[in-house]
Write a protein that binds this ligand. Structure first.
Ligand SMILES: CCCCCCCCCCC/C=C/C(=O)SCCNC(=O)CCNC(=O)[C@H](O)C(C)(C)COP(=O)(O)OP(=O)(O)OC[C@H]1O[C@@H](n2cnc3c(N)ncnc32)[C@H](O)[C@@H]1OP(=O)(O)O
Ligand SMILES: NC(=O)C1=CN([C@@H]2O[C@H](COP(=O)(O)OP(=O)(O)OC[C@H]3O[C@@H](n4cnc5c(N)ncnc54)[C@H](OP(=O)(O)O)[C@@H]3O)[C@@H](O)[C@H]2O)C=CC1
Length: 290
């Protein structure tokens, strides 16, 4: 994967996330257990901090154990409850064992937030089979394995639950990331379908669709593409992971107890106005990319 690292860190640091003001009351998720995939990434990390600060035990999931352990240590320093779980969401057996382990250790799971995911920018006409499969397996199949394992455990334990899937805004042709638009459209459709099937199990399923949110995940885009992201919406700025975290807390918790099958867009109005060119603006559209 080609990386274009920024000279400065993108997104929010743990020190900032520890004190960022929140609209929620301190104990709104007290005693709850929340699983956050991609919990050591940019958006997942903000979600982990917010949910832990709201009183939950946060089980953070990813492939890189050292990143997860470092985050759990940072949370523990502030007397916040968290545990680190290494798993590749593309491996259904590992995902099932993950939920077995969290239930065994914590005795409950209340919410699942799927923030693990990503893609690389490339014109669709040039996608390789391996590249296409990497994006579909991660974002559609991986998210599904997590959703199904969470729901099966809730059914077995006769416990209510809620799922929030972090997706991408799919209403525009977002140039250069067609594979992820396909995968995320699948997740949105799937969420709507199982919101109905799983309502009898007292499981709600919603999505949050972020616009351009500054995180280290952006290192897969060129500095020129990143510099243009503020023009992707009429607020003329990029979003913060905290803004996605608060929308996620709203949907995951009791504030959304009558909401299911919904997708909440957090994009500064980008669906209404703005330009997003993940591979640069082509000459055809008035840009200078050949
Ligand atoms: C309308 C509303 C307006 C809204 C405005 C929205 C604006 C949004 C702008 C930004 C959109 C989204 C941003 C984000 O989501 S950033 C945060 C997410 N994080 C990432 O994306 C991190 C990087 N991506 C990943 O890690 C992916 O998950 C990935 C699928 C690439 C990783 O999977 P895996 O580890 O399996 O992948 P590999 O590195 O092994 O690669 C597998 C094959 O994929 C192909 N590939 C990978 N990178 C590239 C590349 N840069 N170019 C072309 N092809 C690539 C390739 O075939 C790989 O195989 P090989 O290595 O063998 O060649
Ligand atoms: N930032 C943005 O502008 C936007 C982001 N999004 C989406 O929001 C989600 C979070 O994005 P963001 O936090 O910025 O991205 P990051 O790249 O910062 O974080 C993604 C996390 O996902 C984890 N992950 C990736 N693949 C797997 C896997 N197979 N199994 C387990 N964990 C995995 C990674 O951890 P590890 O490497 O340890 O496995 C990483 O911590 C993604 O789905 C992203 O596409 C949507 C719209 C815009």
């Amino acid at each position: 994967m080609t990386e274009h690292p920024s000279p400065s860190k993108l997104g929010l640091t743990d020190a900032e996330l520890a004190v960022h003001p929140t609209v929620f009351a301190n104990d709104v998720l007290k005693d709850q257990v929340i699983v956050v995939s991609g919990g050591a990434g940019g958006i997942g990390r903000a979600i982990a901090w917010l949910f832990a600060r709201l009183g939950a035990h946060v089980a953070v999931v990813g492939r890189d154990g050292s990143k997860l352990d470092a985050l759990v240590a940072q949370l523990a320093e502030r007397h916040l409850k968290a545990s680190a779980h290494v798993a590749d969401i593309r491996e259904p057996d590992a995902v099932n064992l993950l939920f077995d382990a969290i239930w065994a250790a914590q005795g409950r799971v209340d919410s699942l937030v799927n923030s693990a995911g990503g893609q690389f920018p490339q014109p669709a006409i040039d996608f390789s089979v391996k590249g296409w499969n990497a994006v579909i397996n991660t974002n559609l199949n991986g998210t599904w394995y997590m959703m199904q394992a969470a729901a099966q455990h809730w059914r077995n334990h006769k416990h209510p639950g809620s799922i929030v899937n972090i997706v991408v805004v799919t209403t525009h042709g977002l140039y250069g990331i067609a594979h992820t638009i396909a995968a995320r459209s699948g997740v949105i459709g799937l969420s709507r379908a199982v919101a109905v099937e799983w309502a009898p199990l007292n499981i709600r399923v919603n999505c949050v669709a972020p616009g351009a949110i500054e995180t280290e995940g952006w290192n897969v885009y060129t500095p020129e593409a990143r510099a243009a992201y503020p023009r992707s919406n009429p607020m003329m700025r990029v979003g913060s992971p905290w803004e996605v975290a608060e929308a996620t807390a709203f949907l995951a918790g009791p504030s959304a107890k009558f909401i299911t099958g919904e997708t909440l867009t957090v994009d500064g109005g980008g669906q209404l106005w703005g330009e997003t060119w993940t591979t640069g603006k082509p000459a055809y559209f008035g840009g200078d990319d050949k």
